[in-house]
Design a binder for this molecule. Structure first.
Ligand code: MG
Length: 254
């Protein structure tokens, strides 16, 4: 069931979204060679809790019921697409670092992600990161009343197609509200079906995941980290947004 949110509920989601944006800002500021991913996670958790929120990823159930997600943010490096687990691993120059953060504030969720590069990226990697962000913004721009889910998917996919980037199919965007993952699903590629018609009050997490290779994925033995099957580099951007009669509103903006 797709749940439409009232204006007051959207404003409450904006509070959770702001915490997510602040977490990503703080991690970006700390990101440098030698910093441990556990340290970045600790900063994120402390900020979420100091803001009166709860980290929504911590304890989230995965494919292995004995291994819920153990951290507050996902940190995915190079060929890791999403769901990387922070830990002892340290950041090195020349790495692509994708950070996904989620917070619950007063029962409402925010979910957002950004991809950073530590140092100077190659032209191909710079284009991968730039176009993944651009595709997210193109998808957001298509999130207007009267359009359908397929219009978001097509807008995202068209940006990837310009540079022949791989579009991950296994993981998709989603509705968001009092649950992190609500209906509808939002593929980052055209499915040939219009999907739900968009109306004011729909809150959506739009999150393209692109690669420099193909779209096949593998889950590592930690039961969480999703990597490209071909070892190609990956990028991920995500905003939570609200569809409104005045156009899309980004909820995970600072
Ligand atoms: Mg998400």
């Amino acid at each position: 069931m797709v749940i439409r949110k009232s204006r007051a509920e959207i404003e409450r989601m904006r509070r959770a979204g702001r915490v997510v944006a602040e977490v990503l800002d703080r991690i970006e500021a700390e990101l440098q060679p030698g910093v441990s991913t556990a340290h970045l996670d600790a900063i994120a958790e402390a900020h979420i809790r100091a803001s009166g929120g709860t980290p929504s990823f911590k304890g989230y159930p995965g494919i292995n019921p004995r291994r819920p997600f153990p951290a507050s943010v996902c940190i995915s490096i190079d060929d890791e697409i999403v769901h990387g687990i922070p830990g002892e691993r340290t950041i090195r120059a020349g790495q692509i670092v994708s950070v996904d953060a989620g917070a619950i504030v007063d029962g409402w969720h925010g979910d957002g992600a950004r991809t950073f590069f530590v140092g100077e990226p190659s032209p191909a990697v710079a284009e991968l990161i730039d176009l993944t962000r651009e595709a997210m913004l193109a998808g957001i721009a298509a999130a207007v009343p009267g359009n359908h889910i397929e219009d978001i998917s097509a807008a995202v996919e068209a940006v990837a197609a310009r540079a022949g980037l791989g579009v991950i199919r296994q993981f998709v965007g989603h509705g968001i509200g009092t649950e992190m993952h609500e209906e509808p699903q939002i593929p980052n590629f055209r499915t040939g079906r219009p999907g739900r018609k968009l109306e004011a009050g729909l809150c959506l997490a739009i999150e393209p995941m692109f690669t420099l290779g193909g779209y096949d994925t593998v889950i590592k033995p930690d039961d969480w980290t999703v990597v490209t099957a071909d070892g190609s580099m990956a990028a991920h951007f995500e905003h939570s947004i609200a569809v409104t009669d005045n156009g899309p509103e980004i909820l995970t903006a600072p």
